[in-house]
Design a protein around this ligand. Structure first.
Ligand code: ATP
Ligand code: MG
Length: 455
């Protein structure tokens, strides 16, 4: 199961947030110590008590030690002795001794924590006792008369872990909001060029000409833009060259064709001359159509945002004016970004076919939202044999060429041009036979072209 969000922006956010949280936790773990620290306030209090007692002890008569009782409490005991307790001091004890030494520079000092690092905690008599959560601290100070002041105090301890955890929570709470803001700015900056790239790819798939992509964003994205521009330039050059070549061939064919026609006209009248002229006329039509297709290729037309309903109504109206029965079923308006002339030629070719083969034509336009736009052109003619439904899209292919050509003007390019233009818009054109007889041309245009739909 993939728990990562799908978008790159969200993935980068999760990655950076996760990195920040894990980093903070690791830093805390690195500082973590199993020891507990003496509570800072209690520690200060114990040091002050010791300093005060020491200063008083210096001025009290040797035989009187009753004043010591005024310093005692359930957690502190003080007494005077001739000798110090001898013990080597550990780091923590030494730190305490040095701190005391700053306040009492004249005294010799020894600090000892008999139960430090042991569990359970200490009691005032130096033994260990469970459930106290305190540390026994012995401090011995040398007096001017050679005696030693002994103090034994119980100081509460606090867990370093709970303190660290508090710091972690605080740094996460304070650190995450600015991190999110910085991430938003940077992720946006990284992703903006990819949106432009997607947009450009969509427009190319619709057959639009685009300007080269601007170089922006991180190096990797710039490299993609360079490769994309390069690819687009090569494809455009390739298509242009092919179109130019087709136009040139068709154009150059006209001269020998005219010469042949002249020669045919000079032949003695008869069946053969007629047949020759008819064939030459067919070839001329084919050449003319090809030249028209090549020179007015849909690729050269700029995209515009237009109302498809108006465009379809124009085509249907034109055929109605010629006496055909053409019905249009469409919403009030439907704006779409496309190449109007190319699309009008498509509609015209399909409606013309339907009128040629049927008596009643039904055109339907439907907006299917995110699924795009669907257009159907149905007629009540003879339809096309199932096996031929794809072949009729081949250039110059006609089911009954002699009949079509006798009718004049038909060379078998209408469907080929229509499919080419629709594919240029990123759409699909297919044919199917209706159950009740007749043919339907199904036209599907992608929703992306509807970028201009909002109005
Ligand atoms: N609605 C239809 N009903 C029956 N057959 C059709 C229909 N539309 C096209 N066809 C068949 O498909 C063939 C190819 O159609 P296409 O439009 O490409 O060429 P055309 O109509 O013959 O000539 P052009 O369109 O170049 O004037 C036609 O010759 C015809 O046989
Ligand atoms: Mg046709």
């Amino acid at each position: 199961m993939n728990l990562l969000p799908r978008s790159l922006g969200a993935q980068l956010t999760v990655l950076m947030l996760g990195g920040f949280i894990v980093g903070t936790l690791f830093a805390t773990l690195a500082m973590w110590s199993p020891n507990e620290a003496l509570h800072p306030i209690a520690r200060e209090h114990a040091l002050s008590r010791t300093v005060t007692a020491y200063r008083l002890a210096q001025h009290q008569p040797v035989e009187d030690s009753r004043w010591l009782a005024s310093f005692e409490s359930p957690v502190a005991r003080l007494w005077l002795d001739r000798s110090p307790s001898a013990w080597p001091m550990r780091a923590e004890e030494l730190a305490l001794a040095l701190e005391l030494n700053k306040r009492l520079p004249v005294a010799r000092i020894a600090v000892h924590m008999p139960c430090r690092g042991q569990r359970p905690s200490a009691a005032l008599d130096g033994t260990r006792q469970p459930e106290i959560g305190a540390e026994c601290v012995d401090i011995d100070l040398s007096l001017a008369d050679g005696r030693w002041l002994h103090t034994r105090q119980l100081l509460p301890v606090q867990s370093l872990w709970s303190e660290s955890w508090r710091v972690v929570r605080l740094s996460l709470l304070i650190g995450i909001p600015p991190l999110l803001i910085i991430m938003y700015v940077f992720v946006n900056r990284i992703l903006r060029p990819t949106t432009a790239l997607t947009d450009a790819a969509e427009r190319i798939s619709q057959g639009e000409r685009i300007d080269p992509l601007a170089m922006q964003g991180p190096d990797e994205i710039r490299n993609i833009a360079v490769a994309f521009n390069h690819m687009y330039e090569r494809i455009t050059r390739f298509v242009d060259e092919r179109t130019r070549m087709l136009a040139a061939i068709s154009h150059d064919l006209r001269t020998p064709l005219t010469a042949l026609e002249l020669q045919a006209v000079l032949l003695p009248p008869g069946e053969q001359r007629q047949e020759m002229l008819r064939t030459l006329e067919e070839i001329r039509q084919m050449v003319d159509e090809t030249l028209r297709f090549a020179s007015q290729g849909a690729r050269s037309e700029a995209s515009q945002r237009i109302d498809l309903v108006v465009l379809l109504e124009e085509v249907c109206g034109y055929h109605r004016a010629l006496g055909q029965q053409v019905h249009l079923d469409a919403p009030a308006q439907l704006f779409y970004r496309c190449r109007p002339t190319a699309l009008k030629r498509v509609f015209n070719n399909l409606v013309e076919n339907a009128c040629k083969h049927g008596t009643c034509v039904q055109v339907t336009l439907a907006d299917r939202g995110r699924q795009g736009i669907a257009i159907e052109i149905a007629d009540d003619g003879p339809g096309i044999p199932e096996a031929m439904l794809e072949r009729v899209f081949e250039p110059f292919f006609q089911l009954d060429p002699s009949r079509h050509r006798e009718a004049g003007g038909s060379v078998g390019l209408g469907l080929a041009i229509a499919r080419d233009s629709i594919q240029l818009h990123g759409g699909i054109l297919r044919l199917s036979n209706r159950a009740q007889g007749g043919l339907v041309a199904h036209l599907e245009l992608p929703a992306i072209g509807a970028r201009g739909t909002a109005d």
